[in-house]
Design a protein around this ligand. Structure first.
Ligand SMILES: [Zn+2]
Length: 232
């Protein structure tokens, strides 16, 4: 039995650092891409909220309410109360970036309408993920403190694995929502082809942050498995 598990700075910690670097790079990339295309005002002067209303109505989702919420890039679709929540900068802005983000959230509303399976699976995992993300690491620590109690450590690792699974399931949900957004915008008269390709760049950058998050938690899980495997 090694002693690596007691400190955070064992050799496998490099996996965590790689994850942090990937996530940092992705968040900087999405910010710079978003800021760039936030300066491109839509040729038809359409706001994020107007684009969203148009897309939702066309999809038969007249009952989905559009709200304005605080924060930056906090935009989301809430399947529980069927509301599309757009941050101030998306709601009122007429930029290509804002239209892209608004259309992406509409993509989630349409997934909900069409009972898109990965989205259902993702919602199903939420309660377990809430528990897993709160107690998995503390449980592993307690396991270490209680003279390497492998039962506690194993339960902690499995709970962490549920969090990883959630982030992996998030990927098709996000890519699909962006795909829908680009297709709908492309076949609408809201924006032209040049603007559609700009939207594509914004949404690809946004999707990369989800890939980075999934990748860095896979690396963390790998680290936990490496640390505690063959410890008897
Ligand atoms: Zn999304």
């Amino acid at each position: 039995m090694g002693y690596y598990g007691f400190g955070f700075f064992d050799p496998t910690y490099i996996l965590v650092i790689i994850g942090i670097v990937i996530s940092l790079w992705a968040s900087i990339y999405v910010r710079t891409t978003f800021n760039k295309y936030d300066k491109f005002k839509s040729k038809q002067n359409i706001s994020g909220a107007e684009a969203a209303r148009y897309i939702l109505d066309n999809a038969g989702l007249q009952d989905v309410e559009i709200n304005e919420i605080a924060g930056e890039l906090t935009d989301n679709y809430n399947p529980r109360d069927k509301t599309l929540n757009l941050s101030q900068s998306t709601h009122d802005s007429t930029s290509v970036a804002a239209i892209g983000v608004a259309a992406h959230e509409c993509g989630h509303a349409i997934q909900d309408q069409k009972n898109y399976i990965p989205m259902r699976l993702r919602s199903f995992l939420v309660p377990a993920v809430n528990i897993g993300s709160t107690v998995s690491i503390p449980l592993i620590f307690i396991g270490i403190l209680f003279s390497m109690n492998m039962t506690l450590i194993t339960v902690g690792i499995w709970l962490f694995a549920i969090v990883v699974l959630f982030q992996v399931v998030t990927l098709p949900v996000e890519f699909n929502a962006s795909g829908r957004a680009v297709r709908i915008l492309g076949s609408s008269s809201l924006i032209d082809n040049e603007e559609v390709s700009q939207v594509k760049k914004v949404l690809t950058a946004a999707a990369l942050t989800y890939v980075a998050a999934a990748l860095s938690s896979i690396l963390q899980l790998l680290r936990l498995v490496l640390l505690f495997n063959n410890r008897d």
